[in-house]
Unconditional design. Structure first.
Length: 511
């Protein structure tokens, strides 16, 4: 008995010691698991390794978010070197929140579907794709948690190179061209970002984000500061696909494998949005960004243009994946609108929409994968009557689509409520009105999917009678995200509540 208690005590002590290293293990575990997937040379084994590695990351991130909410900022010094001399991993409300999104979506996507059929890649290559998938996840998580600006660039390139590879392995021939376009734009964005980092380092002599934000006050009159801000902003805007720098996104999402589209749509642009928040509010500060550089005069009209142009383009698409891709441009417009309002409430709306859009668009792309698995086509016209053959999949599409529209009881309503309130606080009544009007455009393309699936007869030549519901391994992850869309739309304290804490920290300029 005493031996059992001693063993339990030793185990608890070991776990407590291990938990102190969770901040770095979140990045290291998927990175070290990637070569294991590659060496396994077996798709099923690679999927198992990926799932357990990412599930471990998810549990660690949940633990760290709890620590942040209870104790405040969690700092981890790599090698024991104190910042700013050494590299620091730093968790606060905003990056722990974004890391949770990345880890959750990455974990949900891995068990989705059967190996090669879900990824639609050549036989024998599934283990390689899971290895690249883990590297991409590791890069995204690293961007979230590192406290060093140059490390942000390093992890940005790790995630970007992995994303280009994931897009390129699509079954369609145009996937390679889409990946090349993504690579070209991503390289330009990375170059702008690196130039901005170099300028800041030349002026301040530091790369630690917190230290950098403090030292910028000593060089506030230097003109190079404005140039550095512009290059950093343009670089991250390309990665985020801010209108009109979004050209890479529609083709990348359309021709990538369905599983990859779901992952990238729910994570990559969300982390880029987080980096933009860090640049604007943490490094340069709200006062310098909005009052001296007048960021809102640029970002506000671009955000409104994205909301309308993305939705209008989505209405006219004949491919459901391309429809969702253009819809993402509009949704990114809502996120950047939250920044441009220069309001605490508006910023809450932008941050919570980051979380909400990850749920909605990740679920929708997984639902499209179910449709492609059974129907063999993603053309909207071929989907006539599919709702009667795949009721669970199309039911999830309806729920997630209502979230995009912003119907009360879904997460989309929460985001747009905060954005409208933020516009009204600033007395920007036209912006509030345009936000509501742009939401009505989403009704058009969402209703189009509903009408085709549930109220249309099958297209001649399509054997709809042979189509049946997708396997549980595909339907369950879709409904996990659809259920989350409803849950967080009703119980908002776990999403909007954390977003408000994060926004208050950023808006107040607290490092």
């Amino acid at each position: 008995m005493f031996g059992l208690l001693s063993t339990w005590s030793d185990w608890a002590t070991s776990l407590s010691t291990l938990s102190e290293h969770f901040p770095v293990l979140v990045v290291v575990v998927p990175m070290l698991s990637a070569p294991l997937c590659f060496l396994s040379r077996n798709g099923r084994a690679a999927r198992g390794i990926s799932f357990f590695a990412l599930l471990s990351c998810l549990l660690m991130v949940i633990h760290l978010l709890g620590r942040v909410l209870d104790e405040g900022v969690v700092s981890y010094r790599l090698g024991g070197w104190p910042p700013p001399l050494g590299i620091e991993y730093r968790y606060d409300q905003i990056n722990a929140f974004v890391a949770l999104i990345v880890a959750f979506v990455a974990t949900v996507v891995v068990p989705f579907g059967q190996n090669k059929k879900a990824f639609r890649v050549p036989a024998g290559r599934t283990n390689v794709i899971y290895a690249v998938y883990l590297l991409c996840t590791s890069g995204l998580l690293g961007m979230c948690v590192t406290g060093d600006l140059f490390n942000v660039y390093v992890f940005l390139e790790i995630s970007s190179l992995s994303a280009y590879t994931l897009v390129a392995i699509g079954a369609e021939r145009r996937a390679m061209m889409s990946a090349f376009s993504y690579l070209t734009m991503g390289t330009i964005g990375g170059l702008f970002f690196l130039i901005g980092i170099g300028m800041l380092y030349q002026m301040t002599g530091t790369l630690n984000i917190v230290d950098l934000s403090m030292r910028l006050y000593d060089v506030s009159s230097v003109r190079t500061l404005s140039v550095a801000f512009a290059t950093l902003f343009v670089g991250v805007s390309i990665k985020l696909a801010v209108f009109p720098l979004h050209q890479w996104l529609p083709n990348a999402y359309t021709y990538a494998p369905p599983k990859v589209s779901a992952f990238l749509a729910a994570t990559a642009t969300k982390v880029a949005f987080y980096v933009m928040l860090r640049i604007i509010f943490t490094i340069f500060g709200r006062e310098r960004s909005f009052e001296q550089m007048n960021l809102d005069r640029i970002l506000l009209p671009l955000s409104i243009a994205a909301m309308f142009m993305g939705s209008i383009a989505a209405i006219y698409q004949t491919n459901i994946k391309r429809l969702l891709a253009f819809s993402s441009i509009a949704q990114i417009g809502y996120m950047t609108l939250g920044i441009s309002l220069d309001s605490l409430t508006g910023l809450v709306g932008g941050i919570v929409h980051l979380f909400n859009h990850a749920l909605m668009k990740g679920g929708l792309f997984l639902a499209v994968a179910c449709i492609l698995f059974r129907l063999g086509s993603v053309k909207i016209d071929d989907m006539r009557g599919i709702g009667r053959r795949m009721p669970w999949t199309m039911g999830a599409v309806v729920v997630l689509g209502l979230g995009l529209v912003g119907v009360p009881g879904t997460v989309g309503f929460v985001s747009k409520w905060y954005l409208v309130l933020g516009a009204l606080e600033r007395e920007l009544y036209v912006v509030a009105f345009l936000t509501l009007v742009s939401s009505l455009l989403a009704v058009v393309y969402v209703w189009r999917l509903v009408e085709v699936a549930w109220f249309s007869d099958p297209k001649p030549g399509i054997r709809m009678a042979e189509v049946r519901e997708a396997p549980l391994t595909m339907v369950v992850p879709v409904w996990a995200l659809a259920a989350a869309t409803i849950y967080f739309g009703i119980f908002t304290e776990h999403s909007a509540g954390v977003a408000r804490l994060a926004a208050a920290q950023l808006f107040g300029g607290t490092p």
